[in-house]
Ligand binder design. Sequence first.
Ligand SMILES: C[S@@+](CC[C@H](N)C(=O)[O-])C[C@H]1O[C@@H](n2cnc3c(N)ncnc32)[C@H](O)[C@@H]1O
Length: 210
Amino acid sequence: MEKQEIRTFGRRHGKKLSARKEWLMENLLPKIAPNESETNEILEIGFGAGEHVRELAIENPGKIIIGAEPFINGVAALLSAIADENNSLLKEYKNIRIWPDDVRLILNKNSYKFDEIWILHPDPWPKARHEKRRLLNHEFLKLLGKNLAKNGKIIIGTDHWGYYDWIIDQVSQTNLVVNTDEIEIIKTRYQTKNMAQTTQPKYLVLTNQS
Ligand SMILES: C[S@@+](CC[C@H](N)C(=O)[O-])C[C@H]1O[C@@H](n2cnc3c(N)ncnc32)[C@H](O)[C@@H]1O
């Protein structure tokens, strides 16, 4: 980051990692770092424990998926789920790359052309005094727009409706547009998965203005 960015995430470390996870952090993680010479096609920002990154990897075997997450225990959880008992990468997850830090560090430095950028349940920072910590502000959305391929899309899901409205307001300060047809497709895909939740998530699909 050129300038000092406002921190958009909470703690980076949780409880102590198991010996296996420590090993994976030291040995497997460096081997699957994002690589500029590859065609990186899908990005997931703030993947938590990485369940959705794994889904993306399986659904898109021919594409490289970059997952970015500064919470180290989440990174270790994903590493543990994509490695076999010998701590080698499982075949079905060979297309996963992990950036274990703030995504803005790679987006500001490199120039990617992603077909899809996913952000599921970004931290809502609900208190008014924390609003400045929200990641999806207009500056960041503009940065995402620059890193989209032609016809690329940004997919956002949140069950915090106040944040949803706030994001739409931020989008109006960018060259991005809300693509309502695409929202229906995404909603249908997730509807069944979220049946047990009390607050229904809302989705946004953004594209660059053509
Ligand atoms: C509420 S969690 C949601 C995790 C996951 N996507 C899910 O739906 O379960 C939001 C995540 O975004 C991550 N995050 C926040 N700011 C970020 C940033 N600048 N770059 C990458 N990840 C970030 C946090 O560390 C946290 O794990």
